[in-house]
Design a protein around this ligand. Structure first.
Ligand code: NAD
Length: 258
């Protein structure tokens, strides 16, 4: 009897943006282990990672429409096809109340976090094969407000809107589009700046008592990228250890004791 291989990506070609660090890096490793051929796109050099997984690295600024077009075109030319796009590259914002926000705060977050996703979706129909899959990285901040993070929150809410719209438009080509909404993930992004006290607060609030590991976000991306889950389309999937479900008894006790 032939051995079944669940969630295999054997002979599939995937582009991962933001693949040099954090969630993207773990996704590169995981999809490579599942058999995919990889194109890593990032502003930061990831050539040695590409070599490690037998893929290629293309230096790309995903906020630039022409660079995203050229990324998808080159990926397809290099491997002869393209099955999966993970639009994951992103930037965080400086903590700032809305009353102190400037146009450039919104422009920065919007051009990297939102437009990059839009360009990937815009050219997907041209370069991704019928039956392809697209996974965008939104955030749990795409489902609720966060004090002092309006530009980031707004840029991620838009990713859910783009995901749902593209799922409708690309259904004609049988391309599925979903996004993931992680709470805080232990990556360089989460550990930069003045976020320490927020990390501690989140550990108290999350029912599972910890933040997400990058490998766990990569696992959800893999799940959505695999053909095993071909009926999931147009969804924004929470990955927050139960935070959006409510307040656990342990959290309640901790809060009342403090
Ligand atoms: P990270 O900083 O470790 O990785 C982000 C990667 O994106 C970096 O390699 C960076 O060089 C790249 N990048 C940034 N701007 C780019 C550009 N213009 N063009 C190409 N590449 C660019 O962060 P991460 O935590 O792995 O973040 C990955 C995604 O997950 C982001 O979209 C982020 O908003 C989202 N996210 C992160 C968290 C978290 O707590 N870490 C939570 C929810 C969502």
């Amino acid at each position: 009897m032939q051995e079944k291989s669940f969630f295999s990506l054997e002979s599939e070609v995937a582009v991962i943006t933001g693949g040099a660090s954090g969630i993207g890096l773990e996704t590169v490793r995981r999809l490579a282990d599942a058999g995919a051929k990889l194109v890593i796109a990032d502003l930061q050099d990831a050539s040695s990672l590409a070599e490690e997984v037998g893929g290629i690295f293309l230096k790309t600024d995903v906020s630039d429409e022409q660079e995203v077009l050229s990324l998808l075109q080159t990926a397809r030319e290099h491997f002869g096809k393209l099955d999966i796009l993970v639009s994951n590259a992103g930037v965080f914002a400086d903590y700032k109340l809305l009353s102190e926000s400037k146009a450039e705060d919104f422009d920065f977050c919007y051009s990297v976090n939102t437009k990059s996703v839009a360009w990937g979706l815009k050219y997907a129909g041209q370069f991704i094969n019928e039956g392809g899959r697209i996974i965008n990285t939104a955030s749990s901040a795409a489902t609720q407000g966060v004090i002092s993070l309006a530009s980031y929150v707004a840029s991620k809410y838009a990713v859910i809107g783009l995901t749902k719209t593209a799922a409708l438009e690309l259904a004609e080509k049988n391309i599925r589009v979903n996004c993931i909404c992680p709470g805080t993930v232990d990556t360089p992004m989460a550990n930069e700046g003045e976020g320490d006290y927020l990390l501690d607060a989140e550990k108290t609030l999350v029912p599972l008592g910890r933040i997400c590991r990058a490998e766990e976000a990569a696992a959800l991306i893999h799940f959505l990228a695999a053909k095993d889950c071909d009926f999931i389309n147009g969804q924004a999937i929470m990955l927050d250890g139960g935070l959006s479900a409510g307040i656990s008894e342990k959290t309640f006790e901790k809060l009342s004791a403090s």
